[in-house]
Design a protein around this ligand. Structure first.
Ligand SMILES: [Zn+2]
Length: 92
C-alpha cells in the first residue's frame, strides 16, 4: 500500500532532506529579485534551508550553495540584506 508522503526538499546548508514545511524557502522571482519566502508562495525558483543558524551560514559559505540552487547571483549588499532577513526568520 502506498503511503502519502510529505514532500521533501534538500537544505542548501547541510544537504540533508527534510519535510518542505519545516524548511525556510528562498525564492528567485522571474523579475530577478531574491526574497525570503516563509509562506512558500512566491513564484520562481526556490531554495530551501533549515531554520537553523548553522545551515543559513553554510548556505552562504564557500561561494554560496544558495546561489547555485537559485541559479542566481546577488551583489554583496543584496546578499547581506537577504542573510539578515533569513536570520530574522529564524527568530520568528
Ligand atoms: Zn540544514
Amino acid at each position: 500500500m502506498k503511503t502519502a508522503r510529505e514532500p521533501e526538499r534538500t537544505c542548501v546548508g547541510c544537504r540533508e532532506r527534510s519535510p518542505k514545511r519545516s524548511l525556510l524557502r528562498i525564492a528567485a522571482t522571474p523579475s530577478g529579485e531574491i526574497l525570503v519566502d516563509p509562506r512558500g508562495r512566491t513564484p520562481g525558483r526556490g531554495a530551501y534551508v533549515h531554520r537553523d543558524a548553522a545551515c543559513v551560514a553554510a548556505a552562504f559559505a564557500r561561494g554560496g550553495a544558495l546561489w547555485r540552487a537559485l541559479r542566481a547571483q546577488a551583489s554583496t549588499d543584496a546578499a547581506a540584506r537577504l542573510r539578515h532577513e533569513m536570520e530574522r526568520e529564524l527568530q520568528a
